[in-house]
Design a binder for this molecule. Structure first.
Ligand SMILES: *Cc1c(COP(=O)(O)O)cnc(C)c1O
Length: 368
């Protein structure tokens, strides 16, 4: 067979992209210039001033002519200590999205399947497809909870190498009870990856299974990020806590020195500011309660959230029209209304009190 893209006539030209990629649409969130940006679940606050100071003086001492520590030894040790596991159980990457990609490169690929339960984080499906991995999808219940009967059906039929959960689930908001996660681990054949991007807001974590070395601990992985609670989305740093064998598998597919020295430093320093981070989580929780109470009085359907965002569905007006009204008021939220299972839904990130006020006022106005 002739190599792809080099026609028999030997014409020069760009090769076509892989046919399985051509069908993919990109993943992106609108980036428009607005005053109140509540569409990507970032922290509304910058990292603490002390972190900036320590980072600046630390960067001045980095030997930028040298490759960084390939193993990210200190960062991994710091994260491991913070979670009560050995460093061999921690893998770091450029955002938790790169952790997910590493898992899929290591365990997925053609002829292999992963399972997920929608509506959920759309990048699980997207990265699976990019790595040529088949996706078997089940549904969450009408209340967006895990339906263990559905999980059993999907993992039984699909024989997935990885079953993805997302807890708290983006974009619906609820955390899965630990008992449900344990039940999924008990019935899923391969690795169960729990995306805990919002884990700091949640009452429980799959880390408890890992720490306790409970049944199935070697097949359980928790994925976390510095992008949300830690106010460091600009740093692109995320990590995995899992069995050492899973960590080694991820390292096999990682490019050498993929974590630059400044990023490793930024992450290490962040671990000194846990108290400030906990204050932020408390602020967000309080604001989330206030927003939920206000939304409850408006003509919208809402779902309870264990994260830093709230999903809602306007009842008497098209979601896209509400989204446009909000944009007109310089408030940007996420339009999920075309996502599977989320017809008519919008998602708002919990911001600063003043930003949330702007959102609530603009929403009331739009729904008048
Ligand atoms: C925001 C988010 C991430 C974050 O990805 P990073 O690459 O770490 O910024 C991962 N998973 C979910 C469910 C998210 O919502």
């Amino acid at each position: 067979m002739a190599p792809v893209g080099r026609g028999t006539g030997g014409h020069l030209g760009l090769p076509p992209v892989r046919p399985d990629l051509a069908a993919l649409t990109g993943y992106h969130s609108e980036q428009v210039d607005v005053e109140v940006r509540l569409n990507t679940n970032e922290s509304p606050l910058p990292p603490p001033p002390g972190w900036y100071e320590a980072l600046l003086s630390g960067i001045a001492r980095i030997e930028f002519n040298r490759y960084p520590d390939r193993e990210a030894t200190e960062l991994r040790r710091g994260l491991a200590d913070s979670h009560g596991v050995p460093p061999e159980q921690v893998f770091c990457a450029n955002g938790s999205n790169e952790v997910l990609q590493s898992l899929l490169l290591a365990y997925g690929g053609p002829g292999r399947a992963v399972a997920l339960f929608e509506p959920t984080y759309t990048l699980h499906r997207h990265i699976a497809r990019i790595t040529g991995t088949e996706v078997v999808a089940g549904r969450r219940s009408d209340a967006f909870e895990l339906d263990l009967g559905e999980v059993r059906r999907v993992v039984g039929a699909g024989d997935p190498v990885i079953t993805f959960l997302c807890s708290p689930n983006n974009p619906t908001g609820r955390a899965d009870p630990l008992a449900d996660i344990e039940a999924v681990v008990a019935m899923a054949p391969g690795l169960v990856v729990v995306d805990e991007a919002y884990g700091q807001f949640a009452p429980s974590s799959a880390l408890e299974i890992l720490r306790g070395r409970g049944p199935g601990a070697e097949r359980t992985a928790a994925v976390r990020t510095f992008s949300k609670t830690w106010s460091m989305a600009g740093t692109r740093l995320g990590y995995l806590v899992a069995d050492p064998e899973v960590v080694r598998a991820c390292e096999m597919v990682t490019l050498p020195y993929h974590l630059d020295a400044a990023k490793q430093l930024a992450g290490r320093l962040a671990l000194r500011f846990v108290d400030e981070m906990e204050d932020r989580v408390a602020m967000v929780r309080e604001e989330r309660g206030r927003m939920a109470a206000t939304l409850a009085a408006l003509p919208v359907e809402t779902w309870p959230s264990d994260a830093n965002f709230i999903l809602f569905r306007p009842l008497r007006k098209e979601a896209r029209d509400v989204w446009t009204d909000l944009l007109g008021a310089s408030v940007l939220v996420r339009d999920c209304s075309k996502w599977p299972g989320l017809t008519g839904c919008l998602r708002v990130t919990v911001g600063l009190p003043s930003e949330n006020d702007r959102f609530l006022a603009a929403l009331s106005e739009s729904l008048q």
